[in-house]
Design a protein around this ligand. Structure first.
Ligand SMILES: NC(=O)c1ccc[n+]([C@@H]2O[C@H](COP(=O)([O-])OP(=O)(O)OC[C@H]3O[C@@H](n4cnc5c(N)ncnc54)[C@H](OP(=O)(O)O)[C@@H]3O)[C@@H](O)[C@H]2O)c1
Length: 262
């Protein structure tokens, strides 16, 4: 896909990966509409990225709120005339320990990580159908096929994203010429995982390069880095008894909170 000069909307734009993606897209002469909840941080990023404010707009918004998403997509369309690419990167990572199993953690993860994407797609499809073109890139995660101890809230929300994107992909392309792309990063050193000391995490700059080059190459699923892709997909093949023999505390990873029984 040729991304030069495209109008791109980015959610979670104050985040580690999206910020780096924005830096790369500005170099491709894209016009960017940036969205996140922290307005001051958005202002800083806009200042850093370009002197030309007509190329770069931002709006404070919460992807949990459907009305904020309606407003952000309207704002982008009115400002730029079209939405060519949407990169849906807003997300949270919250552990949900079995000792204090709490539906509110799971609901909040689903509201932000999954429903935020659902509301965005609901607003983007009519715009892109009218344009007869467009690309929607949603951030899922590499381990999106099997449950990971302690991380069910996050994993369920991301598995739902992967499923939804896959269910839309062929039909969106065949009927409307809309590209549906799922990005599935392994560990990336962003604020999201700073408490969790993930070994082998790649830099957000590298992750952004891989996502942008994947979009350019026309990939429908962009998963990286290769060593983590191989490990994860091999684990996906483990029979249940072997999968369940992996030590739980090790699987949760370094930095997982220690929780007392209630
Ligand atoms: N880092 C990793 O290892 C990794 C691996 C696989 C997948 N991912 C996924 O990649 C995406 C980007 O993650 P990242 O690593 O760049 O994380 P990050 O640095 O924590 O960025 C996440 C961004 O999401 C925004 N956000 C959170 N809740 C929001 C809400 N309710 N409404 C609007 N924006 C919201 C935050 O901005 P505000 O606080 O300003 O709203 C923040 O800028 C996420 O979807 C994440 O799940 C990350």
């Amino acid at each position: 896909m040729d991304i030069k000069g495209k109008n791109v909307l980015i959610t979670g734009a104050t985040g580690g990966m999206a910020h780096e993606i924005a830096k790369l897209l500005i170099k491709e002469n894209c016009k960017l509409a940036l969205f996140a909840r922290r307005e001051e941080k958005l202002k800083e990023i806009v200042k850093e990225l370009s002197k030309d404010s007509s190329n770069l707009i931002f709006q404070k918004g919460d992807v949990k709120k459907r009305e904020d998403i309606i407003s952000m997509i309207e704002f982008t369309k009115e400002s730029f005339g079209s939405v060519d690419i949407a990169i849906l990167s807003a997300g949270i990572l919250v552990p949900n320990p079995i000792q204090t199993f709490d539906s509110s953690i799971i609901k909040n993860s689903l509201d932000i990580n999954f429903m935020g994407i659902v509301y965005s797609i609901e607003q983007l499809l009519p715009v892109m159908k009218k344009q007869k073109s467009g690309a929607i890139v949603a951030l899922s995660t590499l381990p999106d096929r099997r449950g990971v101890p302690g991380w069910g809230a996050y994993g369920a929300s991301k598995a739902a994203v992967s499923w939804l994107m896959e269910s839309l992909r062929a039909e969106a392309k065949q009927r409307y010429n809309i590209e549906i792309i799922t990005a599935k990063p392994g560990s990336v050193e962003t604020p999201m995982i700073e408490k969790y000391h993930r070994q082998g995490a790649i830099t957000p700059e590298r992750a952004a390069q891989l996502i942008v080059s994947g979009i350019k190459k026309g990939k429908k699923v962009i998963q990286f880095p290769l060593n983590q892709v191989l490990m994860t997909r091999i684990q996906d093949l483990f029979p249940v008894f072997a999968y369940d023999m992996m030590p739980v505390e090790l699987t949760k990873g370094d930095g997982y909170p220690t929780v007392e029984e209630e």
